[in-house]
Design a protein around this ligand. Sequence first.
Ligand code: ATP
Length: 202
Amino acid sequence: MQFTKLRLVGFKSFVESTELSIAPGMTGVVGPNGCGKSNLVEALRWVMGETSPKNMRGGEMDDVIFAGSATRPARNQAEVQVTLDNAGRDGPPDYAEHPELAITRKITREHGSDYRINGGPVRAKDVQLLFADMATGARSTAIVSQGRVGALIGAKPQERRLLLEEAAGITGLHSRRHEAELRLRGAETNLERLDDVTSQLE
Ligand code: ATP
């Protein structure tokens, strides 16, 4: 799926609503030091469900919210939206009728993040799985940060295996298996309780 738009409001240095079109092919971002080029890449990482403030170069997640400047007060919320072209209907089956998918993450100071897909509230996990199924995401090799190539060369076999799994598009299956196991355990507990109740009635 092609990323077509990125919109930021109150995210790091992007205090005003800023929308960028992402055309097919290669896109370059150029600008002087400190103008916010890395912040744009971090916005993409963040909207895809990044959970580590350290990976956002911050101490806590609220640090992604515009912190104020000499002339402007700090904001209380930050929002990033990425739009994907779903014309090929290769997105999640639940959105097969949607020609575009707009994934939004909003953070409110001291209240954490909430996520939406095409306006409907979803869990962080749903967004993370959506991108994992597309073999991309906040922690994927689709985003190569500084020093990552060296780290991959020196990686342990288990870490390399994660890369192969991502390339094979099965990263999301681990999460789904974990969720299914939790549900199964819940069902087993319920069955045990049911057995207790029926034996008391007999
Ligand atoms: P370089 O070319 O030097 O790597 P860059 O263009 O990648 O720079 P960024 O690192 O994206 O620049 O942006 C850094 C700027 O973002 C700094 O001016 C910093 O003060 C600002 N910034 C980061 N977080 C916030 C925040 N929460 N609120 C306001 N400004 C912020």
